[in-house]
Structure formats: C-alpha cells, structure tokens
Design a protein around this ligand. Structure first.
Ligand code: NAD
Length: 479
C-alpha cells in the first residue's frame, strides 16, 4: 500500500515518483510506502493553498467553525480505525491511541472551531485626541505546519486546527516516521466539506520536504514541533526571511518529590509521567528528584511498580508499554544506558532491549530507572526521549531548584508537595513553560503551551495559537 500526498483536495503521487519505506515498529516490517516529496510537490501544495486563501479567509467564522466541528465529529466516528493506524505506525499501545491520541485530535478541531467564534481584538480610545484605535487580526496567508512522530495526529491537528480556524491555508508535513493518520485525515477533511486547498499534506523527509516548506519564500509562518537541533536549523533558515516562527522543542523535565506529598497518588502518577507512550512525550518527567527522607522508600516502591508495567505488542490488551518508534531511536536510547553506566550510574531496573515472542524484530525495551551520582551527568542533561528516567535524592528546596534549572531545556516541571508556600515559591522560580503541581499532563486547551530556553520560542494553545496565526494591524481613526 502507498500513502499519497493530499493536495487541492485530491490524493496524488509525488511528482518524482520516489518513495520511502514505512516500518511497523511492533515487528520491524515495512508495511507501506510514503512519498519522498520534492520541492516541486511543496510548490504544488503552496499553489493550491494560495488559490484557496482569498475565499477561505473571507468565509464567515460560523461556517469555518461548522466545517471544523464536522472534522472533529468524523475523527470521533473513525476512532477505532484511526487508533489502529496510529498504534501500528508508532508502536504505542492501542488503548493509549484510543484513549488519548485520537480523542485529543478530535478535541483540537472542536476547541479551535469554538475558540475562533470568541476570538476578539482590542480597541483603544485615544482620550482627548478625538481618535480611536482598533486592532485587526488578519490571517497570515499560507502557513507551514511540521510535526513529530511521538503523538502523530494529536500534534499535527494541534497546529492545523488553529491555523485554518484563523483563516489561513496550510501546507503541512507529518513526520516521515508516522505518516499514516495524517494521510487518513485528508479523506476526513474532504468528507467534512473543507474546501479544496485549505489543507494540503505533503509527506517526505525533513531535510528535503520539510526544508522546502521552511525555505518557501511565500509560506509566511512556520509552526514546528520536534527536536531542538532541528528547531535551531529551522530558525537559521527562516530568520533572514523574517518568517513568523513557533518552535516547540525538546525537554528534560524535572519531577520533584517532597516528603509531604500524597505518596500513593504521586507514585502512581510518576510511573505514568515516566513511561507513558514509552517515555516518548516531550513532557515526560525524565529527571526524578526525591527528598532524602523518603528516597529509599521511593526507590523500592517505584522500582516495584515499574517492574509490573507490561511491555508487549501494541495490540495486546495487557500491554502498558509498546514498541519504540524506530530502530535508530531504540539504538539511541539503549546507548544512553551505556553512557549512564560509564558515568557511574546504577541501573535499578531495566536497561535492556526486549524480545517479544512472535514479534522478535520489534523495537521493545524495558522501562529503565537509573540512579545517577550527579545531576550533571549526560543522562541527566541530554534528552533521551525513551523509557529511561534518572533518580537522585535532594536535601533542600534551594538545592533541588538549582538542579532542576541547571539544564539547557525548560519545557515543563512537576512538583509534588502539600506545602502551599513552597508551591508558590517553587512555581515562580522553576525555569519552565508549564508547572504541574500534584498532577501531570493535565491539559486545558485554553492555557498557553510551550517552553523556555532550548525548549522553544512562542506558545501554542488557546488564543495564543490564534494570535500566532494572525497578523495584528492597528487602525487609527481620527474623528
Ligand atoms: P525531528 O526534529 O527529527 O522531526 C520533527 C519534524 O521535523 C519531522 O516532521 C521531520 O521530518 C521534520 N524536519 C526534520 N528536519 C527538518 C528540516 N531541516 N526542515 C524542516 N523540517 C524538518 O523530531 P522527532 O524526532 O520527530 O521528534 C522528537 C522530538 O520532538 C523530541 O526532541 C521531542 O522533545 C520533541 N517534541 C516536542 C514537543 C513540544 O511540544 N515541545 C512535543 C513533541 C515532541
């Protein structure tokens, strides 16, 4: 089977007729091919988007909203089919795709379909000068959306939905590692009545197809989620062209546990925040810091709880942890375990590749806990993005705050404590775009989402996303 590009409302082959193999991580087999799209395909997608823009940007908010709500409904109606596709493409457990990925993709369309009807702009009366200013928020034109493989349809739609709600037309590229649900979205948009050309989906490699989107002189804004190194490259390419940029990048998030927390709740959530989606969520708490007085108890209980997490085939009902997304990624993650050992880290649990009977060539790995001798070692500083967490004790609030902030990333932080004053002090000082207190990955789509430092530039979510995808224009009228 071949995946095709979705341009001007039609599924089409890449112009060069070149294809890339797409692997099923659960068994290591190639199960379909995807277009290796070139600059010419991106140009075609751009032209289609450009020709749809004048009509779409003038479509009433009510009508845009109605179509997007229909997309949202159709995603829900296709829940099983989309979840199966996501699980097969990515290696994540089917139950997870059904409970999180696909429902969230539907919510993304529903949320921005509603948000656009409430999006207002400012006006300022210039008192004493007989003038009034108001701000027009106009769509940018054709925008580019580029997404990663860890939450494929979830993050793809998180960009596309606000972009089209705001009246833009889109050239979008999902990760070449997980293209399937983006491909299926084309049909859903057609069925929902999204006019041709409003959304164009081109598949291919980051360095060619993705690069062509970023370099395109008339694609005026780029919304990107992916690795920090890719983000740096994109920023370098886009800056001289003065493109608007939203970059959601890597993380190395601290999970800070004080002795006064609700222990059972913390323990359960920490297993999830460490290993959900095989630890391949940018928000996973990959550095666990535990107050010294409960450190030994936590070590025992956490290791016990993690040892019960069943690694298995993504479709098996009892599977908690599925396959990693690709062979190179599995190798990268395993290599970090070796680095940890060389640095004096102690593997408390896991650390090895796993073979699952009947699926011997799949990319499975044990959930891994590494006790580290110092917060400065590489496994504590570099993003691993797999089922590996580090743990170490701390003695004071000041000490843990310093360690938590001493990384180049600043995406999210989790804090477990019942001390209100400490919560306030720490939340103010943690260098992160998001702080969760006594919870993890609880999302309200109205809130700003994004990171500081090397975790990115800009915020997604709520009106922040609609602001990104519009250009403000001040109009001053003297009367
Ligand atoms: P990646 O940077 O390799 O790829 C992301 C996307 O960018 C893919 O579609 C890829 O094809 C494309 N790409 C690659 N090179 C490009 C280029 N030169 N020009 C344009 N596009 C290019 O990242 P990945 O491995 O797919 O995803 C994992 C990374 O994503 C991790 O670092 C993770 O932390 C990050 N992530 C961040 C968030 C967030 O919200 N901050 C969310 C999820 C994942």
């Amino acid at each position: 089977m071949n995946i095709q590009n979705y341009i001007n409302g039609q599924y089409v082959n890449p112009i060069n007729n070149e294809w890339i193999d797409n692997y099923n991580p659960s068994n290591g087999e190639v199960y379909c091919q995807i277009p290796n799209s070139s600059k010419e395909d991106v140009e075609q997608a751009y032209k289609s988007a450009q020709s749809a823009f004048s009509k779409w940007s003038q479509t009433t908010l009510e009508e845009r909203s109605r179509i997007m709500l229909r997309v949202s409904e159709l995603i829900e109606e296709n829940l099983d089919r989309l979840a199966e596709a996501e699980s097969k493409d990515n290696g994540k457990p089917l139950w997870l795709a059904k409970a999180v990925d696909i429902p969230r993709a539907s919510s993304n369309f529903r949320f921005f379909a509603n948000a656009i009807t409430q999006f207002a702009s400012e006006s300022h009366e210039s008192v004493g000068q007989n003038a009034i200013n108001y701000t027009l928020r106009q769509p940018i034109g054709v925008v580019g959306c580029i997404s990663p493989w860890n939450l494929p349809l979830y993050l793809f739609s998180w960009k596309i939905a606000p972009a089209i709600a705001a009246g833009n037309c889109v050239v979008a590229k999902p990760s070449e590692v997980t293209p399937m649900t983006a491909y299926l979205l084309g049909d859903i948009c057609t069925e929902a009545g999204l006019p041709k050309g409003v959304l164009n989906i081109v598949h291919g490699l980051g360095t060619s197809t993705g690069q062509a989107i970023v370099e395109h002189p008339n694609i005026k804004a780029i919304s990107f989620t992916g690795g920090t190194a890719t983000g740096t490259h994109i920023a370098r390419t886009a800056a001289p062209m003065f493109k608007k940029l939203s970059l959601e990048l890597g993380g190395k998030n601290p999970n800070i546990i004080f002795a006064d927390c609700d222990y059972e709740d913390m323990l359960k959530t920490t297993v999830r925040s460490s290993f959900a989606n095989q630890g391949q969520i940018c928000l996973c708490g990959s550095r666990i810091f535990v107050e010294a007085s409960i450190y030994e108890q936590f070590k025992t209980d956490f290791t016990n709880a993690v040892s019960k997490q069943k690694v298995g085939h993504p479709l098996a009902e009892e599977t908690k942890i599925g396959a990693l997304v690709s062979k190179p990624h599995l190798e990268k993650v395993l290599n970090y375990v070796e680095i940890a050992k060389e640095e004096g880290g102690k593997v408390l649990h896991g650390g090895n590749q796993l073979t699952i009977e009947g699926h011997e060539n799949g990319y499975y790995m044990e959930p891994t806990i590494i006790e580290v001798p110092s917060d400065e070692c590489r496994v504590n500083q570099e993003e691993i993005f797999g089922p590996v967490v580090t743990i170490m004790p701390f003695n004071s609030e000041e000490e843990v705050l310093e360690m938590a902030n001493k990384v180049k990333y600043g995406l999210s932080a989790t804090l477990w404590t019942n001390d209100l004053k400490r919560t306030m002090r720490m939340s103010n000082k943690l260098q992160a775009g998001i702080v969760w207190v006594n919870t993890w990955l609880m999302r309200d789509l109205r809130t700003p989402f994004g990171g500081v430092k090397d975790s990115g530039v800009g915020r997604e979510g709520g009106f922040e996303a609609l602001r990104f995808f519009t250009e403000p224009k001040n109009v001053c009228i003297k009367y």
